[in-house]
Design a protein around this ligand. Structure first.
Ligand code: TYD
Ligand code: MG
Length: 453
């Protein structure tokens, strides 16, 4: 007779082990290895299947599956809708992660208050009065929002049965507690079990569930990595707490692209959707300042104009400092080396500080040329001409390289009133009509000649 087969799995990263150990060798977490049954004792037999056996789902041709009545819920928030891929899919499970205080509860409560659908907002973190006080600031009159302060999943499901909401929001998964598991709320097995219960509920009833998840110091969603595999969509809410802007992005999305991005501004009465992000990211000075350059970047599918500021000064200490905020420091070093070699700038004895304004960070290579322009402008203390912006990558040989979706970048720059954009000579531009001067350059030296004469 076959024996029950078990194996040991790390509850954090899912690695399989032959025997128990105190620490997972893969993810270095302590006390996460648990024995699990991988094969039940009784082997499957053909007989019950031949005799009708257990009921199973039937196979259908994909062309016969009807999705017409599966309309997505419009969340009345264009940024959130877009990041989800066009609204909330019925029966889906969305995980919203973010650092404490970034505005997760604010965002979800604000959405819940404005929805025309019956929404149940379950909070394990705040009291009814606290939620009401926040709600009054966000949206004083709301008819469809129900609040529940409860952490036991079984009791939450009982309330759900009574209220029968269209959408359920859980704030947060780390506060939930299932009776079927011994350990305390926030532990890995609790998080796993509660998520599994909620997923079953979502799939069986077709009610979408939005879960809030906290983030650990290293920026991952607290709890097992498995949590991210279980849910349909993982969203991250990020931004510097000291700045007003918040960015919502999809890290995983079964129902849409992960390239989309939503931008919000935190205000006294909640989060405002920012439909034209370039405006807020570019500082408005009438006189041109040296050391700043505007670049046309892409965040997701969206073109975005951002400002780069550089400060080049004589190094006081032996080794020059290179500091980059919002930009990869290694890439900055590379660009400086290219400048030294190709353009003869002696930056070796200079401190270079680079900052992307607005507290955002960018890894789009298309901002290279703008970084170089800002550094050169600061070094020579000559402001760049007004209305000029950049969109090109720089190679090690000092060549100006093409970037993707150049037409979109050019259009966005034109829309915002820029008069000239520097792009690579090798970039194919499909635009027929435009009101912006497109300066095509092939080498870093060309750019320097054009800008600084
Ligand atoms: P919160 O939603 O509680 O964060 P999380 O749930 O991610 O931990 O966000 C709280 C922060 O937002 C807090 O620092 C105050 C600020 N805030 C505003 O600036 N304006 C507002 O209208 C609200 C409700 C909060
Ligand atoms: Mg909160």
């Amino acid at each position: 007779m076959a024996k029950t087969k078990t194996a040991f799995f790390c509850q954090n990263c899912g690695t399989q082990f032959a025997k128990w150990a105190g620490q997972c060798t893969a993810c270095k977490e302590w006390n996460t290895i648990v024995e699990e049954v991988v094969q039940k004792e009784e082997k499957p037999d053909w007989k019950p299947i031949m005799n009708g056996g257990p009921k199973s789902a039937t196979t259908v041709n994909i062309s016969e599956i009807n999705t017409d009545d599966d309309v997505r819920y419009d969340l009345k928030d264009q940024e959130f809708n877009r990041v989800l891929g066009g609204g909330l899919v019925p029966g889906s499970m969305v995980l919203l992660g973010g650092e404490p205080g970034i505005g997760k509860s604010t965002l979800l409560l604000q959405i819940a208050l404005r929805l025309p659908y019956k929404t149940l907002y379950v909070s394990g973190e705040e009291s009814l009065k606290q939620i009401k006080m926040r709600a009054q600031r966000l949206h004083p009159d709301s008819e469809n929002c129900y609040i529940l302060t409860e952490t036991k999943t079984q009791l939450i499901f009982r309330q759900i049965r009574e209220v029968s909401p269209d959408i359920v929001v859980i704030d947060s998964i780390q506060t939930l507690h299932s009776e079927y598991i011994e350990s305390s709320a926030g532990s890995i097995s609790q998080i796993r079990e509660c998520t599994a219960e909620l997923i079953r509920f979502a799939k069986e009833t077709g009610t979408p569930v939005i879960l809030v998840g906290h983030i650990t110091k290293d920026g991952t969603i607290a709890g097992p990595k498995i949590l991210e595999h279980m849910v349909d969509t993982v969203l991250q809410f990020e931004g510097d707490r000291n700045y007003m802007y918040r960015i919502l992005r999809a890290l995983k999305n079964r129902f849409g692209s992960t390239a989309e991005l939503g931008i919000y501004e935190m205000q006294g009465d909640g989060l405002r959707e920012v439909s034209n992000p370039s405006e807020i990211l570019i500082s408005k000075y009438d006189e041109a300042l040296s050391g700043t350059a505007i670049v046309a970047t892409l965040e997701g599918m969206r073109p975005l104009l951002i400002e780069i500021q550089a400060l080049v000064s004589t190094a006081v200490y032996g080794t020059p400092q290179r500091t980059a905020t919002g930009f990869n420091a290694k890439r900055l070093n590379m660009l400086l080396a290219v400048l030294e070699k190709r353009a003869g700038f002696k930056l070796g004895a200079k401190d270079v500080f680079l900052n992307i304004t607005g507290g955002i960070s960018v890894d789009d290579p298309a901002i290279d040329l703008g970084v170089v322009a800002a550094v050169l402008s600061s070094n020579s203390d000559i402001p760049l001409e007004k209305g000029v912006c950049f969109a090109a990558e720089i190679g090690l040989a000092g060549e100006v390289r093409p970037v993707r979706r150049i037409d979109q970048r050019i259009l966005e720059a034109e829309k915002l009133g820029f008069t000239r954009i520097f792009v690579s000579k090798n970039n194919k531009i499909g635009l027929k009509k435009h009101n912006i001067l497109i300066s095509k350059v092939s080498k870093i030296e060309d750019v320097i000649r054009e800008l600084f004469g």
